[in-house]
Design a protein around this ligand. Sequence first.
Ligand code: NAD
Length: 471
Amino acid sequence: MHSTNKTSFLESVDLCFNRAAKALELPKGLAHQIRTCNAICEMKFGVELRGSYEIFTGWRATHSEHILPAKGGIRYAPFADQQEVEALAALMTYKCAIVNVPYAGSKGALKINPKDYTIDELEHITRRFTQELDKRGFLGPGLNVPAPDMGTGQRMMSWIADEYQRLHPSDINAKGCVTGKPVHFGGVEGRIEATGRGVQYGLREFFRNPGDLKEAGLEGSLQGKSIIIQGLGNVGYHAAKFLEEEDGAKIIAIIERDGAIINKSGLPVEEVSAYKQENRKVEGFPDATFEPDGAKILTHPCDILIPAAMEGVITEENAPHLQCKVLAEAANGPVTYEADQILNQRNIFIIPDAYLNAGGVTVSYFEWLKNLSHVKFGRMDRRFAEAQSQKIIELMERALGKNLDQNAKEQLLEGPNEINLVRSGLDDTMRESYNEVREQHLNNPMINDRRTAAYALSIRKIADIYDSMYL
Ligand code: NAD
């Protein structure tokens, strides 16, 4: 399925940008400079497959270079096109600025349905694509660092890293040319779950803000809140799983490609995911009603609607009928510009994509730091921290004259390991940026919604970098 919206994804992103830029006082022409995509390259390359040559088309856009490297995923999708890549690259620039990750924005795509190829063929194609990206200056640990996106994953990232290392054997930082790699190949623990985890942390922070809860017409915590999620892929699966298992939210509907399954008492995400893996569909999942027209379920009543599949799914047609209180944008660009205006008029509280799905790039940043420092997080301080805690426990036990509870002792003794540090860094990032966006909204009378606030926050930060460059 591809978008049939009147306003393209790229236009939607630009219109949101313009709306935010108007709320700021910027030197003449600077907004235009920030908005403009600096470089985009279309690559056509042949790969010998099944006895003949097949030509593939791919793109990589570097939206900005106010800071380097530029960062952004590579997607493999049959409907990919240049405009979509440009829109996603722009979103990456804004996203990185919002969450204080020191990257410019980039994005790439290959027009391909990965399901049509064997693993060996995909490796061959990915290595050729890597050579093209490298040849044209769109790859390198200090220049441009891709990551997974729709249709790509860890395995492809390791092929990219391996091919880049082969092309640059003396580059000691070569592994940092791409993130989202497997942990045993230079990746970082917690990267696969990162975007979904970030959605969870972002929603938790929303629930910590009574003013925002009131504005959305909600109260309490995530416990028992009804959630509808679209897309049970990497992002949707992790977000839904953590919200269900750790926060007690009820996932009342899951919308997938073949339709939606609904159960008002809550769906067990892990079981649905296993069922989907096995049957390649959600239809037939036990104890749930099936609706073949899945998109219809976006307008069902719920506390939180999480689009986590693709862009342009909430349009001016369905926006008037949405019945959620909060729209938590896990996907990139799920709401068109027209729909955004309708939802703002309807006072539906939107937690925008450029903030909410930034967990992936945040943990990619941690992975890149790990690659550049060549040391696993926690390696230097874990045992030291354990020893410190041991001393504190001994002092406490001596002072109290009794032993502490064994469970509490074990928790206190757990030194900082990589997964805990990654989650802690991500949690901190999502909390801080939530409140930066919130303050931007509340402190600027020209800003009426969170998306505009998120864009304005990032434009302000990027403008400050330009300002300091041209002092
Ligand atoms: P994915 O390919 O792992 O999952 C997408 C899921 O959505 C799949 O289960 C697919 O079957 C389903 N889907 C596709 N079209 C659908 C439709 N029309 N209706 C219902 N379900 C549909 O992709 P992902 O990595 O989870 O990415 C999802 C979204 O999140 C994209 O917009 C992507 O750009 C964005 N995003 C991903 C990351 C990341 O780290 N993977 C980071 C930031 C943003």
